[in-house]
Design a protein around this ligand. Structure first.
Ligand code: ZN
Length: 123
């Protein structure tokens, strides 16, 4: 539910950006003045930024939603024994927890040896 709302928020927020960009681009295309053409790259820039933010944030949220500790435990049962978690890639048992910035409110559990992100947990 929490993830659904974050996704909805990202979609709405980025749609506003894309709509502003589309508005600029379309009104510049419709304009008969030459200076109006400057609005086209400006509008495309907004559309681009909005789309990139939307795609990267949605991918990130899907990752948090899917790659939980429970998911790791059921996907790699051999790598979770009690409280001991090992890396599924190299078998290393030193896992670093790192807080992700950018208001994601999630921590990433990373293998200290191969740098693989194993799973995510909410802060
Ligand atoms: Zn590893």
């Amino acid at each position: 539910m929490k993830y659904f709302l974050s996704k909805l928020f990202i979609i709405l927020f980025c749609s506003i950006f894309i709509a502003i960009g589309a508005g600029f681009t379309l009104s510049s295309l419709a304009s008969r003045h030459h200076d109006g053409l400057f609005g086209i790259p400006f509008g495309l820039f907004f559309i681009g930024i909005g789309s990139v933010i939307m795609v990267t944030r949605l991918r990130q949220i899907s990752k948090f939603e899917k790659m939980t500790y429970q998911w790791y435990k059921s996907t790699y049962p051999g790598n979770v024994q009690g409280n001991r978690v090992t890396c599924y890639e190299c078998g290393n048992n030193r896992i670093n927890v790192r807080a992700l910035l950018n208001r994601t409110f999630h921590r990433e559990h990373v293998c200290t040896q191969c740098g693989k992100a194993l799973y995510y947990s909410p802060e």
